[in-house]
Design a protein around this ligand. Structure first.
Ligand code: IYR
Length: 224
């Protein structure tokens, strides 16, 4: 490797193969318990939990370590009502006009519709943005690299962190979602990537049976 500043690798204490497998199995158990939830309770979530989950997301790998993401946590009832109204307008357009039949057929087993009441019920809305320019330090304005990939990985970390904390999540992507930039006051050059809804599930929350079907290992992986 070329000359650069480095420090001995921290955080990987030696473990044996059995312990390695136990950890892989335990984490699989935790993550396969995650469900996309569309019915939330209005029970508040401690801000420290959200802060910690965002710090987990922000520790994700990224192009040139530029960390090209920003997380807007939307608390104000007024902003939430605006987001719901803008999202529902887009979704009505989607379900009633834009979506081809094949897409509607694909969604039918999940029972989704243009009603996005959860945007005003769930206590946590996190709008995730990708930044075209930035850099490793706050205030940098260099070109960023692999922005959608980096932000996607960070969002995966965020979902895993919230789930691990015991919270339910829903990835919501009304299209277009430029209204999020305006409502959250984000600058041009920052693009909304996804709206993550989080909170405790409603006591009577259900999950579509179709969502429980996951492909077996041999359908998703091969060793060559
Ligand atoms: N954005 C719409 C439709 C939708 C699309 C896909 I692909 C989904 O996996 C789920 C929903 C909505 O939120 O209802």
């Amino acid at each position: 490797m070329k000359d650069h500043l480095a420090t001995p690798l921290p955080g990987y204490p030696a473990i044996d193969d059995a312990e390695c497998l136990r950890r892989a199995e335990r984490f699989h158990g935790i993550m396969t318990g995650r469900r996309t939830v569309r019915e939330f309770s209005d029970r508040p979530v401690d801000r420290a939990v959200v802060e910690r989950a965002i710090l987990t997301a922000a520790s994700a790998p990224s192009g040139a370590n530029h960390q090209p993401w920003f997380f807007s946590v939307i608390e104000s009832p007024e902003a939430r009502a605006r987001i719901r109204s803008a999202a529902e307008a887009e979704e009505r357009d989607f379900y009633e006009t834009k979506a081809p039949q094949e897409w509607l057929d694909a969604l039918a087993p999940l029972g989704t519709d243009p009603d996005k009441g959860f945007l005003e019920v769930a206590p946590v809305l996190i709008a995730v943005f990708g930044q075209k320019r930035g850099g490793p330090r706050p205030g940098d304005a260099k070109k960023n690299y692999y922005v959608p990939e980096s932000v996607g990985i960070a969002t995966g970390f965020l979902i895993a962190a919230l789930h691990h904390a015991g919270l339910a999540t829903l990835t919501h992507t009304p299209a277009p979602m430029s209204f999020l930039s305006e409502i959250c006051g984000r600058p041009e050059g920052e693009k909304p990537f996804l709206l993550l809804v989080a909170g405790h599930p409603a006591a009577d929350a259900t999950v579509p049976l179709a969502a429980l079907d996951k492909k077996p290992l041999d359908a998703v992986a091969a060793w060559i």
